[in-house]
Design a protein around this ligand. Sequence first.
Ligand SMILES: [Zn+2]
Length: 385
Amino acid sequence: MVRQVSLDVIQASLIANEVDGRQARVYVRHLLEQSASAQNLPNSEYQIDPRDGTVSIYSSARSKRVHTVKTSTVAADDGDNCPICNGQLTGVCHIEPLSQGHCFITENLYPVVHPRGMFVPISQNFSTTETADEAARGGNIFGGHFLQWTSSIHTQDWHNMSLDDLTLSVKQLALFSLRIHTESESMPQALGTRENTHGYMSIFKNYGEKGGASLTHGHQQIVFSNLMGRSSYNNWRFYGRHCEYFSDYMLRENSQDLKIKDYGDIVLMVPYFMHRPYTMLVIVKQTQKGYLHQLSDDEVTQFTQAIQHAIRAVRHELAADGKPIAFNFLLHTGPGCGLYAEIIPRADTFGGLELQGTYVCQAQPEDCALRIKKTIANDFSEEVF
Ligand SMILES: [Zn+2]
């Protein structure tokens, strides 16, 4: 029997009601006063590698995660051993009814950032000179780390849910990010935004063990902090160097042969600089829109459909190549960035050269684009999934 967590169980852990208003304050109060994650507080410090800007966030508590230290492979399962289906939930921030089950957002039991980080003194100062470049130094990192469970039903996720239900889950993300960005007034104002937008948000999905997923129940990660994440920084830096958004650059410069599908307001493409076979970008044509909540209803639906097509195609091609299904999908959002999603297959082990930053890609972008176009045109015969 397919397992799921019931609405009653989800509601029992709900920390905020819609009528409360000022939701972000409720979340922060819960995280500071009652949170289960308080047992697993991160060190709340980050440092930057001055050579290339690589950021390290320190969280010794995460070494306690069972799924991080395990050595055996997590097999695909039907939820029998799933803590979510077994009702072991942390605080629930928001519930969205779907045609089947619910999608919901919880705090992360092992957060990489936490509101308490604002008050943690960083004891070690590695600087030996007064004139050190402060911008290149680390410091306190604080914020909130949340998980969006795509469905309360264990086996439901992006590849097999209806477009209507997935669109509702993306709208839930949009509402959640709008509230957090606009209500978190103790966060620094986000760079380069004219709106009253605070902090930086990373939204991403890990699927499969090689994609970094420690739980098999389908979910998205939401990390909100005072530190601009590396992917956001890359977009910001691109904008600073080129005076145009990366999305505009790709819409103009990427070969038409690499375009998979034009949905009207959204384009699905293989980037010409593909690191791994079947890497795809989903780009919003209105590049002045940098946040999910700025999308129209039509744009949200098309954006969701394009991401679903990309995820299903990645699953199909990896399976056809005899590889494990593993990927990340990353939402590029925030300042200096037209909104876009990146789907990155993670089936291949990194080679030594790759671990040092140079990819050795095992296929040509145009060949991958051709295969994906055929797969999507064939309308995903059911037996594939
Ligand atoms: Zn489950």
